[in-house]
Design a protein around this ligand. Structure first.
Ligand SMILES: NC(=O)c1ccc[n+]([C@@H]2O[C@H](COP(=O)([O-])OP(=O)(O)OC[C@H]3O[C@@H](n4cnc5c(N)ncnc54)[C@H](OP(=O)(O)O)[C@@H]3O)[C@@H](O)[C@H]2O)c1
Length: 352
């Protein structure tokens, strides 16, 4: 017999985004995700966006007017990233440029004494991330990868269910992230100069999720198919862990997959509905016949990572224990190994 308990959203498992202290954000790169992030900060946190930096001052102004709501009038529109990072009204810089430029732009902000939140994938490879963290350590500033999934309510519910023994010993984890993109060869998603490819853009989610739940794999097996531009269009990965645990992770730029995840153990499984990396619904299905539903909360998902940054900066921390420097390095280590196996090296990168 199957029984369902009351449906909750798991919101109570994470700190409320509007309760975090305020910081003054500067946006570096006025692109697509930067718009969503700016809207999440202004609508769901106590923080403000005080400046936008773009390679074009007109684009920065248009971005502020389109995305900052009541903050727009007070926000400075800078026509260069250098002017943004030296703006005295900015505490934290959000780097939202292509992967190829994350290292350079994070180092620029750190050199100006700013705290930094860097979009995923944090850098092209682990060696570049080491450079950024070394600079942050020397400067004493906070740095974090913007892997927003780690701070979402349902992910807290997943960790709680596993810690409570609801699914027993984890045997297998599966997660996919595929999207259909029809873009020009110069677009950042497929352009090797901009560190394109499915893995760093989409595959980083299932890979980071597997790291969050299972830790660092003992071995990785990957098969990939490349685009005509020479980056990975599709990759399938098997991560093997000590004991009898495996993860099966897939990513593609060529088709919209369900973007679901499952974590299956000896006593039951957790089914995470698509998109597993965004605010979503899930359920814990146990072998004893019980099903516990967790509903999708109506929240601005990017606000949770922004609130974490504000809390950590106010606490004087240089990193977050939910998305630590070591965890970013571990994820990039896995991505480096996958790229080595599928044969993708970015221009000027050397041996990945
Ligand atoms: N968290 C998420 O859900 C999420 C979703 C999508 C993407 N992302 C990540 O966010 C980052 C940006 O992705 P996006 O989709 O927002 O990209 P996008 O729309 O192309 O924006 C990237 C911005 O980077 C700046 N830029 C600097 N140098 C550039 C160059 N050589 N070529 C192109 N743009 C350059 C541009 O800003 P200016 O013209 O203003 O200088 C551009 O608008 C990536 O790391 C990506 O993986 C995260």
């Amino acid at each position: 017999m199957t029984s369902h308990t009351d449906v909750t959203t798991a919101l109570s498992l994470v700190p409320a985004t509007d309760q975090a202290p305020a910081v003054r954000w500067g946006i570096l790169g006025a692109g697509w995700i930067a718009g969503s992030f700016a809207e999440a900060v202004t609508s769901a946190t106590a923080s403000t966006v005080r400046a936008v930096g773009s390679r074009s001052a007109a684009k920065a102004r248009a971005f502020a007017d389109a995305h900052l709501g009541a903050d727009a009038a007070g926000a400075t529109a800078h026509g260069s990233y250098e002017d943004l990072v030296t703006d005295p009204d900015v505490d934290v810089v959000y780097v939202a440029t292509p992967h190829s430029h994350h290292r350079e732009h994070a180092l620029l902000a750190i050199a100006a004494g700013k705290h930094v939140l860097v979009e995923k994938a944090f850098t092209r490879n682990a060696a570049e991330a080491e450079e950024v963290f070394a600079a942050a350590r020397d400067a004493g500033v906070f740095v974090m990868e913007a892997m927003w999934t780690r701070f979402l309510p349902h992910v807290a519910a997943i960790h709680a269910a596993i810690a409570d023994g609801e699914i027993g010993e984890i045997i297998t984890l599966a997660a996919d992230h595929g999207q259909f993109f029809d873009v020009a060869d110069t677009h950042r998603l497929v352009n090797p100069d901009l560190a394109g490819g499915a893995l760093l853009d989409l595959g980083v989610y299932p890979v980071s999720f597997a790291h969050d739940i299972l830790g660092v794999p003992e071995s990785i097996t990957a098969v990939g198919t490349l685009t005509e531009t020479g980056v990975d269009g599709q990759v399938s990965m098997i991560f093997d862990y000590p004991g009898r645990t495996q993860a099966v992770l897939t990513t593609t730029l060529w088709a919209a997959t369900p973007t679901t995840a499952t974590i299956t153990g000896t006593a039951g499984r957790i089914e995470i509905d698509g998109a597993f990396y965004a605010p979503t619904s899930m359920r814990v299905v146990r072998h004893d016949g019980t099903v516990r539903e967790v509903a999708r909360p109506d929240v601005a998902g990017l606000a949770f990572e922004a609130a974490e940054v504000a809390r950590r900066v106010h606490a004087g921390d240089t990193q977050s224990d939910r998305m630590s420097w070591q965890s970013t390095l571990d994820v990039l280590g896995s991505l480096d190994e996958v790229r080595r196996q599928v044969g993708v090296v970015f221009p000027g990168e050397g041996a990945a």
